[in-house]
Design a protein around this ligand. Sequence first.
Ligand SMILES: C[S@@+](CC[C@H](N)C(=O)[O-])C[C@H]1O[C@@H](n2cnc3c(N)ncnc32)[C@H](O)[C@@H]1O
Length: 739
Amino acid sequence: MHNERFDKYYQAQGILPRDEWNSFMDHLREPLPTTFRVAGSRQTAQLLNETIKDTHVPHLAGVVFEGEAVSPPRQIPWYPDGLAWVFNVSKKVLRKSPEFKKFHNFLVFETEVGNISRQEAVSMLPPLFLGVEPHHRVIDMCAAPGSKTAQLLEALHAHDTITSSSIPPGLLIANDSDHKRTHLLIHQSARLPSPALMVTNHDASIYPAIKIPSEVTVFPSGTKARVQSKKQHQLLFDRILCDVPCSGDGTMRKNPGIWKNWSPMDGNGLHGLQIRILQRAMRMLKKGGRIVYSTCSLNPVENEAVIVAALKSIPGFHLIDVSNHLPGLVYRPGLTTWKPTADRAVEFSYANYDEFIQSLPEEKRESSKMSPTHWPPAHTEASELHIERCLRIYPHLQDTGGFFIAVLEKDPGPVTVVLGTKESIEGKRPAETVEDLETTEGKKPRLSDGTVGPSEEDAIQVDDAEVDIGADAGDDVDIAEILQDSSKVSSTDPTIMVEGSAEKGKKVTKGADIHFKENPYTFISPNDPIIQSCISKLNLKPEFPAHNVLVRNPEGDAVRSLYMTNDIVKNIVQSNDYTKIRLMTCGTKVLAKQEGSVTKREGGEAQFRLLGEGLPVMLPYIEPGCIIDADLPVLRILMEGYYPVISGFSEPFRSVIEARGTVVDLFRLILPIWKSAASVTLMIEKRAKSAMSLRVFGEDITTAGREAAQKRQADRETQSEGQEGAIATKRQESTIENE
Ligand SMILES: C[S@@+](CC[C@H](N)C(=O)[O-])C[C@H]1O[C@@H](n2cnc3c(N)ncnc32)[C@H](O)[C@@H]1O
C-alpha cells in the first residue's frame, strides 16, 4: 500500500494541508467500515429502520468479544432521516459472535430482497444532491451496477405506501454502455418494481435524442390551452446523474489492488470521455434542471478540469452552492488550480498546454491524449466559475472512501412558450418547458447524432462524432440501404434483421441499431381477450390501466408475461425505435401465465397470476373483496411447505380459501398466493421468503431454509469427523463472503 507516484502527484496538487497528509494516507490504507442504507419506499424504510434502532442496536450494544467491547452500528450523521448506518466489525466477530451473526444474517437477507443496500457511504451522496421528485424526468447516464439508480427510483416513488406502489408521473432512464452490466440494472429493478423505469444500453457521450409527443401547446399566464400540433419534441430531463467512469483511486480502501499500478495517466486518458458525457447531459437538460457530476477519484484532471471544460464549452450553466444541503457532511472545496502531468514519472515540466505540445516531436502531437482542458483555468476564470463550490471528500474526514461531487444547474432563462404532453395539462405533473434544440442552438455545428456540437471557440474536440445512432428525426429507410452501408453492417452477414420485424425487408427507422438483439415492446389492446380475462378472473378494478400493458415477444402476443408502464414510458416507447434507443427493459412485470394450471391442462384458456414483484404496483387495482385476512399461523404453514394442503389450515382461512382467493392480506403484508384444487402456495421467491421468515418469525422456517440448515449441520459433522473438514469450511466462508 505504497506508491511513490501517487504521493508525489497528490502532494503537488495541494489537495490537503500538510498536517493532514499522514492521517489521509493512514486512512487510505485502512479497510473501509461496513455501511448500508435502508432502502425501499419511505414508509417501508422507516419501519425497517425502527427495527434496527429499537431491536438490533440495543441487542448489540453490550456485546463483548474475546474480552473487548464491540461497537453496535451507528447512524451516518448526514444521511436524511437516519436511514444510513455504519458499523466497524471484523469478519471474525461477525462469524463467531452469535449476536453479530444474527444481525449479519438479517443484513444478508434484507439486502437480497432489496430492503437494504450495502453501499459505500460516499456513493449515497450524488442522488441526495440531485433532489429527485416524483414528477421529474431523470436519466442516470452511467448507472450500472445501480446502487444510485435504486436511490433515484426511491425518490421517484416517494409516495409509495408500505403495501402499494404509486405510479409516479415521472421517468427514470438507467443507462450504461456495458451490455453485461445493464443486466445488473435489470436485476436491481426487479427489487424495486416501477412502471416509470427504462433501462438502456448506450454510450452516454452520444446518447440519442429521445422523441416525445407534445400534443398540446399552452401559453403562459392564464391563456387557454389549445391543441396546436401533434409534433414530436426532444425529451429534456429535469435531473441528470453523471456518475462517470473514472480511475477510481478514491476506492483504494476497498480495492487495494489500485495501489500497485496507480498512474496519473489513467485519469488523463478518461478526461475526454468524462467531458463528453457531461456535455451530452448538459444538452439533454431542461432549463432550471440539475446535473450531478461525480467520480470516486481524487484526481483534479477527472474532476474540476472536467467541470471547467464543460462550463466553458456550453454557456448557460452554473455550479450550485450546496454547502448547507447536508448538515453533518464534512468535505473540502473544489481545487481552483492543479498540475497535470503527462509523465509516468510524475514530472511537472509544463506550465500550460502550449509548452507541452511544443515539447513533442511534430509527428506525435496529433496522437497525444493531453488537451488544453487538462490544464487549470486562469485564476480569475476559476473564481468566476466558482469551482470552489465542488465537493471533495477525503477518507480521513469521516472514515469513508474518497469522492468528488459537482452540482450544476441550467439557468432558467426566459419562458417563451410552454409545451407539455397531454397528461401534463391534465394536471398529472406541472407543465414544463420543452425547447426545441434545433432552433435554440442553431449557430453551433451539428454532430452526427443530431445534437449540437461545440462551436469553434469551444476547447473540446468531439471525436466520437462519426458514431451515428443518434437523434435523426426518424426518417424511414429501406433495410437494403442500411445493408449497403458497410460501416454499420458487415455485408457478409446474411441474417441481418431488426429483431422483431417479422417480415424480411421490412422498413426500419434510420439510425436503428440492427445488432441489437432484444424483443420488441408491444402495447396490447385493452380489449385483448387475455387482458379482459385477467380483469375478470383476478377481480381487477375498472381503473386498471389496461392500455399501459405491454408484452415482449416477436409476435406481440400475450403469451407469457405482461408488463405495466406509466404514460410517459408508453409515449416514449411508441414514439421511438426501441433499437435506436437500445431499450433493454421498461416498466415492471406484473402478471405471468400460470403454467400447468387446471384450466390450461383441460384445454381451457390460459390463466394469469399476479407476480410477487409486481404486486405493489397492482394492489391499487385489486378489488378489496379478494384480499383475505389471515394470521401468523396461516403464514407459518404457507412458509413451511411448498404446497400445503387446504385442509391443513384452520378456520376461517380454510373456508374462505376453499371458496376462492388470489391475494392475502396479512398484518400489512400483502402476499400473492396461488390456489390449485388441493393446495395453496405462497408465490414469492425463495430468498424473499427466507428474508420474510427471519423478519416475522425470527428464524428461517422455510423448506429451503431448513434444508440449508440441515446441510450446514451435516457439513459441520463431517468437519468434526476430520473428513473433508477444511473444504467444507472454505465453501461456507466463500458463501458468506459473496453475500
Ligand atoms: C462509476 S460506475 C457507475 C456506478 C453506478 N452509478 C452505481 O452507483 O452503481 C461507471 C459506469 O459507467 C459505465 N460506462 C463506461 N463508459 C461509459 C459510457 N461511455 N457511457 C455510459 N456508461 C459508461 C461503466 O460500465 C460503469 O458501469
